[in-house]
Design a protein around this ligand. Structure first.
Ligand code: FAD
Ligand code: NAG
Ligand code: NAG
Ligand code: NAG
Ligand code: NAG
Ligand code: NAG
Ligand code: NAG
Length: 683
């Protein structure tokens, strides 16, 4: 399975762990052409069970890598959530029906598909992007890690030395099948469950005894990322700890094809029974339904790795518990696909890496209960945040200083997640109040409100990064956190009011815009694929007005100068749009102008391909798909316009005046590295 010979032991990035976080990172690096290796101690990928859902932001991200449609097509779409709780006689009844994803926040809605399929999509993308050069090396695990601190600040250095051991196939394959008491075979997820003692040490030992597979290899790496899950070996190696709560919840998870008269089994449901606890129902693909039930709580001494005896937890125990909660409705099954028992506390790493050389992502740096239903989403999004930054530094486009923004941005998210999880778990697990005098019980109105608020958080759309080198938020105001001392802040501040709907720090929302040249409608985000390129969004308003037209021309004059940031930061040998792509969305009626009315820098000429017709879009009525209303939706004036800078991960860095070339130049100059010594920046 190995793709590299022993001699080739220098890599840009070594990724440990091929779960959702590791695979997302490998996808980014492959897309950007960075030399990476990704190893996983397991011999197999997951086939059933495990994490299940994808929130709408995660789908947007998958789509930006060209794999969103596969998840969208194969998954079960969850459109509605039903809340059930006891009536005055203590019998459960449906109390609300709500949209599961807040309408209008994304062009996708929440879907459910098991982790194994999602991992498959990533594996295919990695293979395609790297032309087979990067593949997950299974049955391989690191045994030692050394960091040469004397050269961590040298961008060209390989300060990391890691020893890898190759296991035999037998050692690397967990036993995962078990035969159920009803005679049907099923798979359980306990081998990966953290209720089992971590087996890294055992695997290392076994391999020592196995002559055939006992080979080791030394790797020198510029960067290393521990995406190796909640037990993270990398985390321990660099001496970081998770901090937080001392209460662990134990959850039972059952994936079954239900036979039931419960009417809402194909909706997502939160059911609170009067005295038998709560259940979360998640309808899935292939007629499956997942039931999440909190079985018990264990109080633990902080930091101590005590594991509860789980031998009493069986599918039968989980089923019976579900039957009690759903009574008087009946529930049974003939098909059991997967089950697990899952113990989790709410913890966050004190720091997300060391020396900006070794980083942690995903469960390796934060854990929380499955009820917040965020594990895979947040893990993938950690890696999505980190991937382009690493690529850009490795390729020599950006200063290493941007790497500090990874911890700054993602730690805040991890803390928000834990807080959300904490609140939600309490509400979900508590006994419903019998009446308003019942102060110990949970008020169902409170639950519903929390649920609706939680939905926005859970969607991933609300992520709002604080001011830093790459986010030009105003210093104070709207609760935005400020850059920590460790993070260099940008000297640039834009003017948010020019586009109130395009919030600096958040991902750009998407509406349809038309190709000026051929009238085809596109969702804006579809034109912003994740490939490491920054975007300068030129929003000139109504260019049929002379005022706006001349402001646009002034801007374009500066953009096309040989000293412009477009030229300085793009290697002479690279395509003109590979580092910063200029995309225009104008607001004049489409038929009142044509592409050649726009300055050349907005539709550059290529000696083989001719003029570039892919860069100019218009906010106008389409022939078949309505009007996207870009200007109206985001509150941008057609007689004013604006300039927007988008990061390679679609987050908004800057909103400013259409003709304020200087601010944009200063923004990029703060962290981008000049590529051509012929055209040095003017001071
Ligand atoms: C049993 C179980 C059930 C779960 N059920 C749900 C659920 O129902 N819903 C939900 O939302 N979330 C669930 N989760 C959480 C969800 O799976 C995680 O949040 C998500 O997978 C985190 O992704 P990750 O990439 O950070 O880590 P992981 O998915 O844990 O991936 C880590 C990878 O690293 C590898 N690895 C570990 N140590 C080493 C090492 N030393 N060397 C090499 N490789 C190593 C592992 O083999 C693994 O492939 C569950 C987790 C577990 C363990
Ligand atoms: C396995 O490799 C290690 C180090 O390379 C060596 O010390 C050990 O003797 C080997 N074990 C076997 C069984 O070959
Ligand atoms: C991702 O987020 C959605 C929306 O909150 C949630 O339903 C789903 O379970 C999450 N997925 C994982 C694997 O955590
Ligand atoms: C990177 O930025 C730091 C300040 O944050 C500066 O000291 C250093 O010289 C820069 N490196 C390069 C190569 O420009
Ligand atoms: C990224 O995609 C854009 C099109 O959206 C393209 O213009 C640009 O050249 C691509 N970047 C790279 C590095 O290929
Ligand atoms: C826009 O239209 C031109 C002309 O048909 C075409 O070449 C180009 O690919 C289109 N671009 C997009 C993004 O639709
Ligand atoms: C840029 O400078 C380097 C070293 O200073 C030199 O080797 C290289 O030839 C120069 N490149 C160009 C295009 O001038």
């Amino acid at each position: 399975m190995r793709r590299y010979s022993m001699a080739e032991d220098h890599v840009d990035v070594l990724i440990v762990g091929a779960g959702p976080a590791g695979l997302m990172l490998a996808t980014w690096l492959a897309k950007c052409g960075v030399k990476a290796r990704i190893v996983d101690k397991r011999g197999t990928k997951i086939f059933n069970g495990q994490a299940d859902g994808l929130q709408c932001r995660t789908l947007e991200i998958l789509d930006s890598f060209g794999i969103g449609h596969r998840a969208w097509r194969e998954s079960n779409h969850m459109l509605e959530i039903c809340l059930w709780n006891p009536d005055s006689n203590g019998v459960i009844h449906r109390s609300s029906r709500l949209p599961d994803t807040i309408p209008g926040i994304s062009r996708f809605q929440q879907v459910v598909l098991h982790q194994g399929r999602i991992e498959r999509f990533f594996l295919d993308a990695i293979n395609e992007f790297s032309s087979g050069g990067v593949a997950v090396e299974r049955g391989v695990l690191p045994m030692s890690l050394e960091i040469d601190q004397s050269c961590v600040e040298d961008p060209e250095a390989y300060p990391i030395t890691a020893n890898l051991r190759h296991l035999s196939e037998e050692d690397a394959t967990p036993k995962q099948s078990s035969t159920m008491s009803n005679g049907l075979s099923s798979q359980d997820g306990l081998f990966r469950s953290n209720l089992m003692a971590d087996d890294t040490a055992d695997l290392l030992k076994t391999s020592e005894l196995n002559q055939k597979a006992n080979t080791t290899e030394t790797i020198k790496a510029k960067y290393m990322v521990g995406a190796d899950g909640a037990h993270s070996w990398v985390r321990k190696e660099i001496g970081l700890k998770l901090e937080g709560e001392s209460t662990d919840y134990i959850w039972g998870v059952l994936d079954i094809v239900p036979i039931t008269d419960f009417p809402d089994i194909r909706s997502r449901c939160a059911v609170h029974s009067a005295n038998s606890g709560s259940i979360m129902v998640i309808p899935r693909e292939n007629k499956l339904v997942r039931l999440y039930i909190q079985l018990t709580t264990t109080s633990k001494i902080q930091g101590q790795d005590s594991r509860t005896d789980r031998s009493w937890i069986t599918p039968q125990v989980i089923l019976e518990s579900a039957q009690r909660i759903l009574s008087p409705y009946k529930l049974d099954y003939r098909t059991l696909d997967w089950w697990t028992a899952y113990q989790i506390g709410q913890r966050v790493g004190s720091s997300f890496g060391v020396h900006d050389r070794v980083f942690l992502a995903g469960d390796a740096v934060h854990t929380h209960s499955p009820k917040a239903g965020q594990g895979m989403n947040v893990s993938m999004q950690d890696a999505y945040n980190l991937g382009w930054k690493l690529s850009s530094v490795i390729k020599g486009h950006s200063n290493r200083s941007i790497l500090k923004t990874y911890e700054f941005e993602r730690k805040a998210i991890a803390h928000a997640l834990i807080e959300f999880d904490h609140k939600f778990s309490r509400l979900f697990s508590g006994r419903p109040a019998k009446d308003i005098m019942d102060e110990e019980g949970i008020s169902m109105d409170e639950f519903r409100d929390a649920f609706q608020k939680g939905n926005l958080f859970a969607s991933g759309i609300a992520v709002d990064y604080g001011r830093s080198l790459i986010v030009t938020k105003p210093v104070a105001g709207n609760g935005a956190s400020e850059a920590t001392a460790a993070t260099t802040s940008t000297p640039v501040t834009g003017i948010q009011d020019l586009a109130p709907g395009l919030k600096v720090g958040q991902r750009i929302p998407s509406v349809k815009v038309l190709n000026q040249s051929d009238a085809r409608p596109w969702h804006l985000q579809e034109r912003l694929p994740s490939n490491g390129t920054w975007r300068l969004l030129v929003v000139p308003g109504d260019v049929s007005q002379p005022g706006q037209k001349s402001r646009l021309e002034k801007l374009c004059g500066q953009l096309s100068s040989p000293e412009s940031f477009l030229r300085r930061f793009t290697p002479n040998t690279a395509r003109y749009d590979s580092v910063i792509e200029v995309v225009t969305i104008h607001g004049a009626p489409r038929q009142s102008v044509d592409v050649f009315d726009f300055p050349e820098v907005l539709r550059p000429f290529h000696e083989v391909d001719g003029w570039d017709y892919e860069k100019i879009f218009v906010d106008d009525q389409s022939y078949h798909e309505g009007h996207g209303e870009f200007y109206k939706t985001f509150n941008i004036r057609r007689d004013e316009g604006c300039l927007v800078i988008l990061r390679p991960d679609q987050y908004i860095s800057y909103v400013g005046k259409l003709d304020d070339y200087e601010s944009a130049d200063r923004f990029f100059s703060e962290f981008m590295l000049p590529q051509n010594n012929l055209t040095l920046p003017k001071v």
